[in-house]
Design a protein around this ligand. Structure first.
Ligand code: UGA
Length: 434
């Protein structure tokens, strides 16, 4: 099939590349000329495991091409994916200007039947708005379909190629058939393609992300309470998670959820509720608890150093909002480091992928280490913000020799309590005894 993808951010690029992988002829459009040139030369503009291999293979095969021309994009695809940003507006709602702007242009350029797919995360009712905007510009027949993505950064290629489900919101039989044909190769294992109306599909995405954010936040509160009563959240988590109604995943407490999806989507659903005369009390609590959780290590660090962080030096391991990505959007590390700097501390950082992005934001207010051990030389404490695999089994003797004090504040519960204590560290983690 002929496919166009408008917007080559993380979602658009993964969608375009994976659709080319099953033999479709995919044209990706972006207004950023430099980025398009880079992609035409075979350079993947983001870090996402396995994407580079698929990218190269499909470009070589001539199935994956790039252009800055929306006109070309509209004429090329039988199905046109809108994978444009929906950033958070000042009031917490999703800013639809990119999506509706593209819809208007498509309306002006469309010459024959097309299926326009909302791939971006958009509030309930957006498919109707997109339809209206296009219809205002043209008499040509078209359908608008909502097809939310459930890709996790770091696992996006795998999630796209082997999805647990595909959600299609469509009220047109013709469009539904085309979408089912497109996605059939990805659900050979029997996972469902769930067809529903557009509004339900739009809400499914927000409900799924908000539910997961709530699940994590609930566990963070249980962890905080464990500390008050002397319980161990690791044990509670295992005890709870083995109940199949609860499930083992997304029960890991830490220093809050981050990224470009959960924080934005929880706020957008909350705002969407308000706009429709409904108050999501639970989401309000999730937002507030998560904000506090992001800096929960700080009072502990301060109390350990008797309230005086001036001139103290810290190593921070893990800057990305989670492992296997270079994305630092809403990363807890940012909030912790901003406050440490404000209190006069010096920080040396290390992250396997996110250093360039952190450098852009923090410049020379931080020291950048070449590896995880170099970051710990002479520091008063190590602060762990992201659970990259490489941090899980460090050489504790080397750490102790490097650090001026053997002190670890761990926001991701990486180590066995007994082991670190045996190694002679002061160790503070989340929801476990110190
Ligand atoms: C999330 C969803 O998991 C995807 O299904 C969805 O498609 C995507 O948002 C999106 O809307 O595009 P992502 O933001 O990549 O994916 O990251 P997750 O792996 O879900 O993690 C989100 C945050 O929750 C991270 O900060 C992570 O550290 C935190 N987390 C996750 C926990 O604190 N505890 C857990 O047990 C799991």
């Amino acid at each position: 099939m002929k496919i166009s993808v408008i917007g080559t951010g993380y979602v658009g690029l993964v969608t375009g590349t994976c659709l080319a992988e099953t033999g479709n002829d995919v044209l990706c459009i972006d207004i950023n000329k430099d980025k398009v040139k880079q992609m035409q030369e075979g350079v993947v503009p983001i870090y996402e495991p396995h994407l580079d291999v698929l990218f190269e293979r499909n470009i070589k095969a001539g199935r994956l091409t790039f252009s800055t021309s929306l006109e070309e994009g509209v004429s090329h695809g039988d199905i046109i994916f809108l994978a444009l940003p929906t950033p958070e507006d000042e009031d917490g709602s999703a800013d639809l200007s990119y999506v509706l702007g593209a819809a208007k242009d498509i309306g002006k350029l469309i010459k024959d039947y097309k299926v326009i797919v909302d791939k971006s995360t958009v509030p309930v009712g957006t498919a109707d708005k997109v339809t209206q905007v296009i219809a205002n510009e043209t008499q040509v027949a078209f359908d608008v379909v909502s097809n939310p993505e459930f890709l996790r950064e770091g696992f996006a290629v795998d999630d796209f190629l082997k999805p647990e489900r595909i959600v299609i919101g469509s009220s047109s039989e013709k469009a539904t058939e085309l979408m089912e044909r497109l996605y059939k190769p990805f659900v050979r294992s029997g996972n469902p393609i769930i067809v529903m109306d557009e509004k339900s599909a739009e809400l499914t995405k927000y409900a799924a992300n908000s539910f997961l954010a709530t699940k994590i936040t609930f566990m963070n509160e249980i962890a905080n309470f464990c500390e008050k009563v002397g319980a161990d959240v690791d044990m509670v988590r295992r005890g709870m998670g083995t109940d199949s109604r609860i499930g083992k995943r997304f029960l890991f407490p830490g220093i809050g959820y981050g990224g470009s999806c959960f924080p934005k989507d929880v706020k957008a659903l909350h705002k969407s509720g308000k706009d429709n005369n409904y108050t999501f009390d639970i989401l309000n609590a999730v937002i507030q608890v998560n904000d506090t959780q992001k800096t929960i290590l700080l009072p502990r660090i301060e109390s350990y150093f008797d309230g005086d962080l001036k001139g103290k030096t810290f190593a921070v391991w893990g800057l990305a909002f989670k492992p296997e990505t270079d994305d630092i959007r809403e990363a807890p590390a940012i909030y912790i480091m901003e406050q440490l700097l404000e209190k006069g501390a010096n920080i040396t950082v290390f992250d396997p992928e996110a250093m360039p992005n952190i450098k852009k934001r923090f410049g020379n207010t931080l020291t950048y280490a070449n590896n995880m051990y170099e970051a710990t030389k002479g520091v008063d404490a190590l602060v762990i913000c992201t659970e990259w695999s490489i941090f899980r089994t460090p050489d504790f003797d080397k750490l102790k020799a490097n650090m001026s004090q053997p002190v670890i504040f761990d926001g991701r519960n990486l180590y066995d309590l007994k082991e670190v204590e045996h190694q002679g560290f002061y160790y503070s983690s989340i929801g476990r005894k110190t």
